[in-house]
Design a protein around this ligand. Structure first.
Ligand code: PGA
Length: 272
């Protein structure tokens, strides 16, 4: 897992946007997996800026969102479809027909979830999956205890998640209890994962994800099994990481390599 520690929420957003934009430029028909929540807002703001000011072209991109609350229509202000429209889709030139968010009004959940998985496969699979993380270490709505092989399905939210999200609904009672979510297994099939976290309240979840054991109790820890994960976090979210200094060294070496400065990384002196 590659860990990039940035100074602030803003620089987490711009660093993540660089990674997404790089893919969109190299592979204009790419498939992006997208996430909702407060964390990716900086990323989406920067993607909108890159589209407006630098002509970043999303016209051939397809997107699949991780999850959606059950029981909310797409035009409900707290639905994830509404979130994606207002924070990203309405401000870039993506073809709206190629933006997929699970439908929280589905009634035959099993059939619908299977169909969602099929749509991802038919699109060629997800090239880059953006992920936030819950304070309990969940990715998408894969709450602690979710199978690490799970697929898109109906999930009951934990009281911690309901509490975390009550701020958006005005009260806990108004928060939906069920969601449709991609599974951990679905997420692990993405070609690359981009995990974002900011703020002190994510520090424990990030430590458990990056340096803890792989466990269904922290579903994000399953990312350790994936061959290409980039974790972009701010200093506060990285506060409890024991190997912070090493991650910084890796990034330094990485940028020297990119600048063609390999000689700086080779041993000098010492005779022989
Ligand atoms: P947040 O949510 O970005 O709003 O903190 C992340 C999550 O619960 O997955």
């Amino acid at each position: 897992m590659r860990v990039i520690v940035e100074a602030t929420f803003e620089t987490v957003g711009s660093r993540a946007a660089e990674i997404v934009a790089d893919l969109v430029r190299k592979k204009p028909r790419c498939v992006l997996g997208l996430a909702t929540g407060s964390t990716p807002l900086g990323l989406y703001r920067e993607l909108v800026r890159l589209h407006r000011e630098e002509g970043l072209d999303f016209s051939r991109v397809a997107t699949f969102n991780l999850d959606e609350y059950v029981g909310l229509p797409p035009d409900h202000e707290q639905s994830y479809r509404y979130f994606m429209q207002s924070n990203l889709f309405d401000h870039i030139n993506v073809d709206q027909r190629n933006t997929y968010v699970p439908d929280g009004r589905a009634l035959d959940f099993d059939a619908y979830c299977e169909q969602y998985e099929k749509m991802i496969r038919d699109a060629g699979g997800i090239d880059l999956q953006v992920l936030g993380i819950g304070s309990d270490g969940h990715i998408a709505f894969n709450e602690p205890g979710s199978s690490l092989g799970s697929r898109t399905r109906l999930k009951t939210l934990t009281s911690e998640t309901v509490r975390d999200n009550a701020r958006f609904f005005g009260s806990e009672a108004a928060v939906p209890r069920l969601a449709i979510t991609m599974g951990v297994g679905t997420i692990l099939e993405s070609r690359r994962c981009l995990l974002l976290a900011t703020g002190d309240h994510k520090a424990r979840a990030i430590r458990d994800t990056v340096e803890g054991p792989v466990t269904a109790q922290v579903t994000a820890s399953a990312l350790q099994l994936h061959r290409d994960v980039i974790c972009v976090i701010d200093q506060e979210a990285g506060r409890l990481l024991e190997r912070r200094d090493y991650y910084r060294e890796v990034e330094k070496a990485q940028s020297m390599l990119q600048r063609g400065e390999i000689s700086k990384l080779l041993p000098h002196g010492g005779g022989g």
